[in-house]
Each structure stands twice: as C-alpha cells, then as structure tokens.
Design a binder for this molecule. Structure first.
Ligand code: ATP
Ligand code: MG
Length: 438
C-alpha cells in the first residue's frame, strides 16, 4: 500500500517532469517560430463542394510575418485571406490554387512572387505538415530583386550604348569605303579629263583655223569671180555657207566640252579648293546650266524653265567656288531628278520649273533654290541631310549629295542650309552664307 502510494507520487512527479519538458520544448519551438528571420504563416485550406481550393484561413503567424506584411496577429488569426485582402481570389487565383495543391496532395513548392498590395517581392516556400494544412515561408527579396533589376537596366543601357557605337563604327566604315571609291573615281575622272584636253585643244584651235582658211578662200575666189560662171558661183557660195556653219558648230561644241572638262577637273578632287572672292550669281547660273545640260544629255526630250531672280548687290562673296559649285550641282541634280519624276507621272501639261533667287541682307546672302517637282513626304525631309540617306533605288544614288553639301555649307562656310517641301508640290532649299567667311 505504502509502496503503491510511493509509486503514485513518483508517477505524478514524472508526469510533472514530462509536462515541464513539454512546456520547455513548446517554448523552444515557439521561440524558433517567433524569432525566425523568415516570415512564417500556418494555414488551413478551404475547399468548395468540388474539392477545389477557394480560400484559406490563418491559424498562426510569426513576428516577421507581421513585420514583412504590416498585418497584426489579431487582424489575421482565424480570418480568411479573402476577408483580409478582398479580391485576392481574382487577382492571385494561381496562388490559392498552388497552396491548395500542396495542402491537399502534399509535396513542396517554391517560387518568386511580386505582391502588389505590399509592393514587395518574396521567395515563397510552401509545404504541408498535415492534409488540408500548409505552412508558407516568405523571404523578402525586394532589395535584391531591385538591385538585380537595376543591374539588368544598367546592362541593357550598356548594351544599347555598345550597339550604338558599333552602328556608328559601321557607318564610319561605310563612309570610308564610299570616300575611297569617290577618291578613286575622282582620280579616274581627272585622268580622263586630262587625256581629252589635248585632242580637244586641237579641235578648238583647228576649228578657229578653219574659219580663217574659209575667209581666205572666200577672198581668193572673190578675186577670180569673173572666171566663174554664175551657177558655179552660187554653188560655191552655198558650200561656203555650209562649211562656215559647220565650223561654227564644231567651235561652239568644242568650247562646251572644254567647260565640262574644266568642271570635271574641279570635281575630281585632284585640286584643293581655294578661298576667293566669288561671283555667286554667276556660279549659280553656270552650275544650273551645267546640271541642266547633263540631264538633257540623258533625257533628250526633257526641258525645264530656269527662272532666276538675282540680287546684283550680292556681288563677290568670300567662298571656295569649287566646293560651292559641288553643293549647287548636288541641289540642281536633285531638283531635275524630282522634275523628271513628276513629268513621268503627270505628263506634258506639267511645266517643270527651277527657281533661283539670291538676296543680300547686310553681311549675309540668302540663296533659294526651288523646284516644282515631286516634293517630299513629311518623314523624308528631316532625314535628307543624313549620310547615306536616299530614296533612290539601290545602286542609283549614294545618298551622300546632301550630307556633303550640308558639311560644305555649315562647316566649310559657316552658313546654314534648310529644306522646305510639300509632297507633290515643291521642294525648296534655303542657304545662307556670310559675305566674309574667314
Ligand atoms: N529637290 C528634291 N525633291 C524631292 N526629293 C529630294 C530633293 N532633293 C533631295 N531629295 C530627297 O533627298 C534624298 C537624299 O538626297 P541626296 O542628294 O543626299 O542623295 P541622292 O540624291 O539620293 O543620292 P546621290 O546624291 O548620291 O545621287 C533623295 O534620295 C530624295 O529622296
Ligand atoms: Mg543627290
């Protein structure tokens, strides 16, 4: 009996010890749960009549959960997520589904999640300690995510910069190739022009000599006029007239070739242009004609009216005539191209016109070159001065004409060049130059 009592006391003591141990363990685990660096939440899943997860209830959360989410224990325990965050079942349908799958079928899941209401990124781990229950562990990765995004943005920016430089390099390379081509073309042109110059001198000189010989023959025949009958006299006079006309044509065209050769030599790049007082009106007139005849040599039936309105007070402008000539030639060639194109579509009632205007204002001169050709669409005009920009078919234009012109006017002559245009109506280039550039 005594022994039995002792056993009971002993048993009670042992029970107490177990209880203490359990309390200690519970405290240990609670501490572990409460003080964990990650946010913990323990839930029960709620399913509908078809066994589909539709909601979940909070059973327990730790301190860091409160800290990460801003939600207090008393606000969440025993409550459904759809009550705490109304509408979550619609915006985060997958989330409830994923939690439900783990709670009902076990296993583990881990994923990154951006939670809009709290504007935070989390790594979420889910596991189920028991069917219908699940634990969610959040790790706040907003900072590292933001740092990664920043890094990504930086990498993207650097990549873009690198691509831009590469593009720039490619453009420079293209430019160099074209410059090299133009340079060798220039050398060839200079060579040909030189070669032609000599025989041309012969033609011109002998054409002049022929005119002299003709006069001499005429004089000699006049002296013997009584020995020739009137019919023969008439015949000879007719032949003389024809000969005179022929030598005149040879002489005129010989001079024209001479002018063309001169400008070919100027443009071949063989000679460096020099600054000199330049008769701007005359230069414009000459190059407009040069370009016009160049076009007409290829399109015999083409004709255009060149209207000029030159201000005489422009006089001599400080310039590199060779470079300015190149600008004018580019502009006129473009203008005649535009006129030809319009003629192709509009037919004869259309009257191609090129207008040249100069105007002096104090120490500047304004040049306006206007054609009533095809004009440009709105998106073309802002690009025409870019190197290699062309609307001509491949192999037809280099797209360098206007970019070189821009460089010559702006950098070379401290002037300005602008374009105005209306599609189907007109194109006008307005150039201003200082009277004294350097
Ligand atoms: N008077 C104009 N009327 C209509 N479009 C024009 C006129 N002048 C220039 N353009 C447009 O500007 C583009 C660029 O002209 P740019 O002179 O630089 O090169 P390009 O004429 O195409 O080639 P290249 O001069 O090497 O033959 C042309 O392709 C054309 O689309
Ligand atoms: Mg051009």
């Amino acid at each position: 009996m005594r022994d039995n009592n002792k056993t009971k006391k002993q048993l009670l003591q042992e029970l107490d010890e177990v209880k203490q141990q359990l309390l200690l363990n519970e405290k240990k685990y609670r501490l572990l749960f409460e003080k964990n660096l990650d946010a913990y939440a323990f839930h029960q899943i709620i399913i509908d009549e078809n066994n589909q997860p539709i909601d979940y209830v909070f059973l327990e959360i730790n301190e860091n959960f409160e800290k990460f989410t801003g939600l207090k224990k008393e606000e969440v325990i025993g409550k459904r997520i759809t009550t705490i965050i109304p509408g979550i079942e619609k915006t985060y349908t997958d989330l409830i589904h994923t939690y439900g799958e783990v709670a009902l079928h076990g296993g583990q899941k881990r994923f990154d999640l951006y939670f809009e209401p709290w504007e935070k990124w989390y790594t979420v781990s889910v596991y189920s300690p028991e069917k219908k229950y699940f634990v969610v562990i959040f790790e706040d990765i907003t900072e590292s995510k933001q740092a990664a995004e920043k890094l990504e943005r930086q990498v993207k920016r650097r990549t873009r910069e690198l691509q831009d430089s590469l593009e720039q390099l490619r453009r420079t390379q293209d430019q160099l190739i074209v410059q090299e081509k133009l340079a060798s073309l220039g050398t060839i042109t200079a060579g040909i022009a030189h070669e032609i110059k000599n025989p041309l001198n012969f033609i011109n000189n002998y054409a002049e000599l022929c005119e002299d010989f003709l006069l001499e023959c005429e004089r000699k025949i006049d002296q013997h006029t009584k020995d020739i009958d009137s019919a023969s006299r008439k015949d000879i006079a007719g032949s003389f007239k024809n000969l005179k006309h022929s030598t005149k044509v040879i002489s005129e065209h010989g001079k024209r070739i001479e002018r063309i050769i001169k400008s070919m030599l100027l443009h071949s790049g063989g000679q460096q242009g020099e600054w000199e007082p330049t008769d701007l009106n005359n230069l414009l007139y000459e190059y407009a004609n040069l370009s016009y005849h160049g076009i007409r040599a290829q399109h015999f039936s083409f004709s255009a009216v060149i209207e000029d309105d030159f201000d005489d007070s422009v006089g001599l402008v400080d310039a590199v005539p060779q470079d300015l000539g190149q600008v004018f030639l580019n502009l006129f060639n473009n203008a005649f191209d535009a006129l030809l194109k319009k003629l192709e579509t509009c037919g004869p009632p259309f009257a191609p016109k090129l207008g040249l205007v100069t105007q002096r204002t104090n120490d500047r001169v304004e040049i306006r070159i206007k054609d009533n050709g095809i004009g440009m669409p709105e998106d073309v005009a802002p690009q025409v001065f870019l190197p290699f920009y062309t609307t001509k078919p491949p192999g037809k234009g280099t797209g360098l004409g206007l970019s070189i012109s821009h460089e010559i006017i702006v950098q070379g002559h401290r002037g300005s060049i602008q374009v105005k245009s209306e599609e189907g109506e007109y194109t006008e280039f307005v150039i201003t130059l200082p009277m004294t550039a350097h």
